[in-house]
Each structure stands twice: as structure tokens, then as C-alpha cells.
Design a protein around this ligand. Sequence first.
Ligand code: AMP
Ligand code: MG
Length: 278
Amino acid sequence: MNYFQRFIVKPDSRINLQDSDPDYKDQHKSKKEALKIIEHNNLRLRELQELLYAEHKQSLLICLQAIDTGGKDGTINHVLSAMNPQGCRVACFKKPTSLELDHDFLWRAHRDAPAKGEVVIFNRSHYEDVLVVRIHNLVPKAIWRERYAQINAMEKYLSENKIHILKFYLHISKDEQLKRFKQRLDDPSKHWKISMADYSDREHWDEYKKAFEDMLSKCSTSYAPWFIIPANHKWFRDLAISQIIREHLEGLNMKYPPPSVDIKQIYKQYFKAKKHFS
Ligand code: AMP
Ligand code: MG
């Protein structure tokens, strides 16, 4: 199944999240049954990331957005577990610091954009400035309304600088969120993750839905597409995302750089050294 085409948000389409099934899991019945594909994807991802790092010409930026408990942390854990930590980094977008607030809203995103050869995952992103900021009226509508075009302009600029951008919206249902809140409550090792804002934000579910739909409709472009990932089943979410990243990296036609030395010459040196030893 080509998940890239299946879950991509076509530029200029009008998204209604009701049309996407958060429970979707393709023909797979369970994680166990899909394990072979998941493992294959992870092995390929590792090879491709190595190639990206070695080639040192382009880079990958992965943005994750979701409602609380949507699975951002779990996705990062899964995707990163396939990669070499050298060449991979996570940037978390929390409530802006006073330094960040003294700058334009895109400053902190640009600051954390990947260097050549690097993979960077944004845990939340500059899209918070048209999500939480919009819902809690942190800036006037006249300001956040302009931000969609500003985001598109920045992403275009990054992509012109060989930063490939893939953006994943993790789609869970309201029921599933409640289930996950309960699981967190019942597991003392997850208590640190709970905040009052999670519950109060649930009261804004419909406003968030509208804000996510606007973000997906206005900011999915050919150079920085959004994908709507069914995320009620964690293993399917991980499978779909790894596959999309894999498909994208495979399409880049990356090559190992040519050696900076004369390999024949180095062979000669090697045989000379070997002779000396024996
Ligand atoms: P967490 O990711 O659960 O650690 O929470 C981070 C919190 O920071 C979330 O409640 C976000 O909505 C909030 N946050 C992120 N970016 C912004 C922003 N630009 N303005 C206000 N709050 C933000
Ligand atoms: Mg949270």
C-alpha cells in the first residue's frame, strides 16, 4: 500500500477530519501480523539515514502535531529507534520563553531547522502559533490569520535550501483520548505527563478540530505536505509514518560521496603494511 499517496493532504483541498477514520489499519489485523513490515521499514530507514548523513547535501525535517495524548512522544521513540543518534535530533516546542517571545514567531523554528545531512523531528512546531495561540486568543485574529501564508513562505524557503519537510498530524478520536487519559492515571510512571491543561483543552475539542482542519487545508503544499495519520492504533501510526519517511527518502536518489583519497594508493599502503607484519 502506498501510504504516501493515501494519507497526503492534496494542496488546496478543504479538509474535514470527519472524513478520516482514526481507527483505520489497512488490511492488517494486529501489530504481530504487521511486524515483518515494521521491521523491514526500520532497517531501510537506518540505511537511508546513513546515506543522508554521508551525502551531506540535504536534510529532513519531520513535524508532528496532535492533540494531547495523540502519540507524538511514542512516534518519536519509534522513528528514532530506527536511526543512528549521530545525525538525528528532536526539538520540542513548549510555551515560548521570554527570549523567544521577543522574536518573530518563526524564529525558534528556523533556529532548530536541520543542518545538511541531519534529521530533525519537531515535537510540536511553529504550527502551535495557529493552534493553541488561536484557541486561547494569545494574539488577535488579525495576527494569526496572516501566519498561514508566513509559514508557507518559510517552508518554501527551507525546501529551496534542500531541507525536505514532512508533516504528520496524528489523528485520534475523542473516545481514544479519554481512554489514554485513564491509562495515564492508572500508571504512576506516566503521572508526570499529566497537566490540568490537557483536561481543560478537551473542552475546546471542537475548536481544536477546526484549527487543525485550517492548518491542514491552508498549509499542505507540494514542498511541505501534511499527512493525516490514523493514530488510534499506535502500531499502525508507527507503520504508516515510517513507511512514508522511507518512501520519501528512497525517492531522493542519494549517493555516497566519492572518496577523498585515491583508493588504489591506499590499497598499496595496506599491502605494504601487511607485508611488514608477516
Ligand atoms: P508538552 O508538549 O505536553 O510538554 O506541552 C507543551 C505546551 O506548550 C503545550 O500545552 C503547548 O500548547 C504549549 N505551547 C507550545 N507552543 C506554544 C506557543 N507558541 N504559545 C503558547 N503555548 C505553546
Ligand atoms: Mg502534554
